[in-house]
Design a protein around this ligand. Structure first.
Ligand SMILES: C[S@@+](CC[C@H](N)C(=O)[O-])C[C@H]1O[C@@H](n2cnc3c(N)ncnc32)[C@H](O)[C@@H]1O
Length: 299
């Protein structure tokens, strides 16, 4: 089938249609940058050709070279056979309108918190946004780097337990030419005593039962980026207990907890979590003020 495709598919449009058919045929799962087969086909073909996502539609009828055809067919084959998420094959993931290098050392960026960054965290902060920011569990650095990009006056610190992830994050910061201080730390353990206006985190929060039901694509991501003991709340709990010591009096904590939101509310029914809404979709992100954290979590 591949040999036939290589010979008969001539244009970008031909490739898009063929990739789409293969994706439907294989019943792939989409959740790493795209959420449907068409967007995944577009991402695969355009990234393979080094074309931007908003490329002029007129190029779609342009013919491809044999080398380009081979490369696209190879990627489609890999995506279908191995179920590796596309960004690990092309090594590009988009977050906050910025491209990030990714490989299997880091989670593929997809947090809805991107919208908060693009909006400078309004209405919780003024237009200038927070000045001292800590991104806990930074992975490949997407949140920290996007904050440094959108809020150039902010001083951004970012940490992760995985030195492999931090190597990717450092590379991404260099590529985007932003200054982020990266620290290898088990949550707050190695963070110097300092007060931040904003602590933001997308920590691991998938409970053990949910881990077993995840589509194959997720099992290519680092387990330590997803799995959390204690009903998915082991890491989140630690953040809630310790964050108050690291926040200014008028600071905020923002944490993504995904599907573990109900468990969190059941565990802390009195805590006034503010659950944030997102225009582009996504949920399971809460905000808490330093004052509320101190009231409910400092004994
Ligand atoms: C869900 S990923 C988030 C990555 C990135 N912030 C993002 O939004 O794409 C969680 C990250 O937490 C890190 N991590 C897991 N346990 C940790 C711990 N105890 N202390 C610090 N980081 C930890 C993992 O290595 C992983 O990079």
């Amino acid at each position: 089938m591949i040999a036939e495709a290589e010979e008969e598919l001539l244009t970008i449009n031909d490739m898009l249609r063929w990739a789409l058919s293969r994706f439907y045929e294989a019943e792939l799962y989409f959740g790493h940058g795209t959420d449907n087969a068409w967007d995944e086909a577009v991402a695969l073909v355009l990234q393979s050709l080094h074309l931007p996502p908003d490329v002029d539609q007129r190029v779609l009828s342009a013919r491809l070279t044999q080398t380009e055809r081979k490369q696209i067919l190879k990627l489609v084959k890999q995506r279908v056979r191995s179920r590796v998420p596309l960004p690990y094959l092309t090594h590009v993931a988009w977050f906050c309108g910025l491209p990030f290098y990714v490989d299997e050392r880091v989670l593929i960026p997809r947090s809805p918190m991107a919208e908060l960054i693009e909006q400078h965290f309004k209405p919780w902060f003024s237009e200038e946004g927070p000045q001292q920011v800590l991104d806990l569990c930074t992975g490949g650095g997407c949140i920290a780097i996007a904050i440094a990009h959108y809020l150039p006056d902010a001083e951004v610190t970012a940490s992760d337990l995985s030195k492999e992830a931090l190597a990717v994050a450092t590379m991404n910061a260099e590529q985007h030419q932003v200054a982020v201080e990266f620290i290898k730390s088990d949550l707050f353990d190695a963070i110097p005593e300092q007060q931040f206006d904003l602590i933001i985190s997308n920590p691991p929060y998938v409970n053990l039962d949910e881990m077993k039901t995840l589509p194959k694509e997720y099992h290519h991501e680092p387990t330590m980026a997803l799995k959390a003991e204690d009903d998915g709340l082991a890491i989140v709990d630690n953040i809630l207990q310790v964050a108050p010591n690291y926040l200014t009096d008028d600071g905020y904590l923002i944490v993504e907890v995904g599907n573990s939101d109900e468990t969190l509310v059941e565990r802390y029914p009195d805590v006034p979590f503010v659950w944030l809404d997102f225009e582009r979709g996504g949920s399971g992100v809460f905000l808490l003020s330093a004052q509320d954290l101190k009231q409910y979590f400092v004994k």
